[in-house]
Structure formats: C-alpha cells, structure tokens
Design a protein around this ligand. Structure first.
Ligand code: FAD
Length: 464
C-alpha cells in the first residue's frame, strides 16, 4: 500500500486528507502530522462567557461549490450559519466618521467618503487608457492609474489591509486580484468589465466572486472538529516534522521526537516559511524559494460589551480604516451583527484587527496595551460608555502570506520543483490565495494531480 504523508493540520492539510479519503478510501495509507496538540492551524473558536469568537478566520464566502460540497460530505450543511442580511452595509472610516460603501454609482457620487474631485476622478475610470504591457504592477499603482490617488488611498488600501493585512504598494496585482488585472486587459476598464459581466449574469466584483460570509452556528472551529472526529485515526497531533530527505525509496521525514519514516508521497500543508526549513539538506534552492514568501503579522482583539454601552447602532458588517487616518486598528468586524448568537443577549462582540505589513511592531505590544489601543480607537468611532466584559487577544507573528511583486514567477518555479520531485506537493495559503476557499481549492488541485499521476505514472499539469 502506498504511504502518504500530509504535513500540517490546518484547513489545507485537513482538506487534502478529506479529498484523498473521498477518492481513494482505504486503498492508501495516509498519515497527517500536526505539530500542535490540536489541528486547525489559524482556525479556532473561543466559546466562553456566552461569546463565540473565532481566533483567525471567521468564515468563508459561500460561492465556492467545492467548499460547500466538502461541507455536505461532512454532514455539516444543517449547521451552516450565513451572515445576517442585516449586516450587509460596510463602512470606511475617514475624517472622523464612518462612510457607507455603496455599490450604487449615483449614491456614491453624493457620498462624502471622497472629495468631489476624488469622486469625479473615480468615475472617469472608463476613459483611462488600458495598460498595454504585460509587466507586473503593484495593486496601489494600478489603483492610482485607474481610479485616482484619493480613491486608491482611501478605498483600495483599506481593502488590501482587510483581506491580506498587506501593503498595497508592495503586493502584486496579478497575484492578489487576478480578476482585476484580467478585467483591464479584456475590457480596457473595470467599469466596462463589470457592466459586461453583469449583462452576462455574473455578479463577481473586481476582487473576485462575491458571496455571503458563512460560518457555523458554533463558530468556524466546528469544521475542524468534525474533520478531526471523522479522520482522527489518520491524524497524529503533537508531532513536528523538522526535515525531509530524498532517496530512491522515497521521502524520509525526520521528526523532532521520533524515528524517521519513509513515504512515497508528501503533501506539505504547513505555512511556506515552515516548509522551507524541511528542505535545508535536500534542496537549498527550494528552501530559498519558500523562504522568499514573506508573512505579515496580525493580531485579533475580540471585545464584548453590553449593548447599552455602545452608542453606534452597529447595523452593518463593520468598517475598515485607511492607513492615512492616524489610527492603529486596520478595521473592526461587528461580529454579533453578522452572527447573532456570537454574543449573549444584551451584549455585542467586536473583532478588531491590528498590525499587518504596514505596522509589523504591533504584534509585539503586550496584550493590555493592544486592548487599550483598540478600546481607545473603537471609542472614537462607535462611542463606548463602559469597559469590555469579554476580552481575548489572538496574535499571529507569521499571520498572512504576502503575495509581493514577483509572486507569479515564484509559483512557476514551485511548479518546476513539484515536477522535479514527483510525489512532492505543496498546498496552503501561501501559493494561490490566502482565503479558506483558496486553501480548499489548492488542496483539491494537488490531490487530483497526485491521483492522475499515480494512476497513469506520468505528470499531467493542471491549469486553474
Ligand atoms: C487573523 C486572520 C483572519 C483571517 N480571516 C479570514 C477570513 O475571514 N476568511 C478566510 O477565508 N480566510 C481568512 N484568513 C486566512 C485563513 O485563515 C488561512 O488562509 C487558512 O486558515 C490557512 O490554512 P492553512 O492550513 O493553509 O495554514 P495554517 O492554518 O497555518 O495551518 C498550518 C498547520 O501546519 C502546522 N505546522 C507548521 N509547521 C509544522 C511542522 N514542522 N510539522 C507539523 N506541522 C506543522 C501548524 O501547526 C498548522 O496547524 C485569516 C487569517 C488570519 C491570520
């Protein structure tokens, strides 16, 4: 029987395990090694004092059929919790107040989010000449070129920190928002592309397919708990892989505290920086490639208040803060407006992000200091009249991979290494996309590659 190792028990490793078990049942000998005592990686849920607060991601967009079919296969459909339709409004904080982001161009023209010249510049987007060359461009430069500097700084920069915890001036447009890059190429303008796509029946926005944020009634960790229960026999927690060597027998996995083992196939599903260490002996170039994908640190500060102690009506999803507003928080999600059972009756829950690529020091602030920063800044924005009754801080020193300029070339090189070492696959959020859906898609893609290669004994390359 073929021996297969999966390294890393976050959603990428667990979904690879799921797809392998779905396709091959017991015909493969599969072991997932996770260094922590619990699987889940950045996914976890604190369920205490009546609050349900996710540590990292707080859901996924319900527009990826693959994730939903995995949810079905796990019997979790009845436990899905879509975001409340009441939480549709989203805001940007600028000039001391919250501005609703409206999809209606007419309402937008009347919105004081941007100055009048800023709004007029943005609506001129269809008349801006399309870029002709194929050169990679940072997201910020693209946005300035198409919609003007003011809209770029106050709409795109906060969106980038909200999704990637990233710096729009450093991140690559084709790597982070491939659809936006394609829209300009195909239609010459984002507005024209949106109109054409709408006519064709698509409701995808420039940042990708839209969809409703969805979690589970008891928090996102429900997904991990269910996978752990179903596949527990194949998951070994508390086991850290330190090195991989290659010989004619296969891949030799070296562990921190047990004897090495040999596997014919290895799926690396750890963060890329962790995976880099595995190859220090086997292939220094592969190690360097994986090391070259930087990560941004990020902290999530969850605060629960009595509803009566918050002046704002909290009707909406939450808000983002442009980096030019002299605030440290990147944005705040009004979790109890999105998922009503995430706070006990009469209370509300905020999940506020601090740090990211533009504030790398924030993750080293002591917890009381982080809480103080968030309380002060939230108070300025939503008006707080009391102290929080629930406080939790979740810190990630290597939180979110950054698809900086050059990322698409790195991915081509990685594909080259996967061809050079048949049986070695990489999945995780550091390659194709940082969202939970992206991880599931990537895992299914590498498992399919494995199954086809294994069946036909030849390499078949898949393009997404
Ligand atoms: C604060 C925050 C908020 C986010 N919000 C959202 C959101 O709302 N929606 C969304 O779609 N995405 C969100 N994301 C992104 C999403 O959480 C991640 O993309 C996804 O969970 C990554 O899963 P993964 O399995 O690839 O990696 P991880 O979750 O990092 O899992 C990797 C696993 O590998 C293990 N490991 C590492 N080294 C070793 C080793 N040597 N040996 C064995 N095991 C090892 C780790 O312990 C870990 O369990 C967010 C991320 C963060 C940090």
């Amino acid at each position: 029987m073929k021996r297969i190792a999966i390294i890393g028990g976050g959603i990428s490793g667990l979904s690879a395990l799921h797809f392998l078990k779905q396709a091959a049942g017991d015909s493969l000998e599969i072991t997932l090694f996770e260094k922590d005592r619990r699987p889940g990686g950045t996914i976890d849920t604190d369920r205490s004092d009546g609050f349900i607060s996710d540590w990292g991601p707080n859901g996924f967009l319900d527009k990826v059929p693959l994730t939903l079919s995995m949810v079905d296969e796990l019997g979790l459909r009845p436990f899905l919790e879509p975001a409340s339709p009441k939480a549709e409004k989203r805001f940007i904080y600028r000039h001391n107040c919250l501005h609703e982001i409206t999809p209606s161009p007419f309402k937008f023209l009347g919105s004081p989010l941007l100055t009048l010249p800023g709004r007029l510049r943005l609506v001129c987007e269809p008349f801006v000449k399309a870029k002709k060359d194929e050169l990679e461009e940072p997201i910020f430069d693209f946005a300035v070129r198409r919609i003007g500097r003011e809209a770029a700084e106050n709409m795109i920069v906060p969106m980038v920190s909200g999704i990637f915890g990233g710096d729009a001036k450093k991140l690559s447009l084709p790597a982070c928002f491939p659809i936006m890059a394609e829209m300009e190429k195909e239609y010459g303008s984002l507005f024209k592309a949106l109109i054409a796509r709408k006519k064709a029946g698509s409701n995808a926005g420039p940042a990708g397919p839209s969809g409703r944020l969805t979690s589970f009634k008891n928090g996102l960790y429900t997904l991990i708990e269910t996978m752990h229960r179903r596949y527990g026999d194949y998951i070994k927690t508390g086991i850290e892989v330190v090195r991989i060597d290659k010989s004619e027998d296969g891949f030799h996995l070296h562990f921190k505290s047990r004897e090495p083992e040999v596997f014919e196939t290895v799926f690396c599903a750890t963060p890329s920086l962790a995976a880099a260490n595995f190859f220090s002996g086997m292939d220094k170039k592969l190690q360097a490639l994986l090391e070259s994908i930087p990560y941004a640190s990020i902290s999530v500060v969850s605060l629960g208040y009595y509803r009566r102690d918050v002046r704002h009506n909290l009707e909406g999803f939450g808000f983002l803060v442009p980096r030019n507003q002299n605030l440290r928080i990147l944005g705040s999600i009004w979790t109890s407006s999105i998922f009503k059972d995430s706070a006990p009756p009469g209370m509300v829950l905020f999940r506020t992000m601090v740090g990211g690529a533009t504030d790398p020091e924030a993750v080293y602030l002591a917890e009381p200091e982080l809480i103080r920063v968030v309380e002060n800044e939230l108070n300025r924005i939503v008006g707080l009249e009391g102290k929080p009754v629930y406080t939790r801080v979740f810190k990630y020193e290597q939180g979110i991979p950054q698809f900086v300029m050059g990322h698409p070339q790195k991915m081509k090189q990685l594909e080259g290494f996967e061809k050079q070492y048949p049986g070695l696959y990489f999945t995780g959020n550091a390659y194709d996309g940082v969202g939970l859906n992206d991880c599931v898609i990537r895992s299914e893609k590498v498992v399919t590659r494995f199954l086809i290669r294994d069946k036909d004994f030849k390499w078949i390359s898949f393009d997404r």
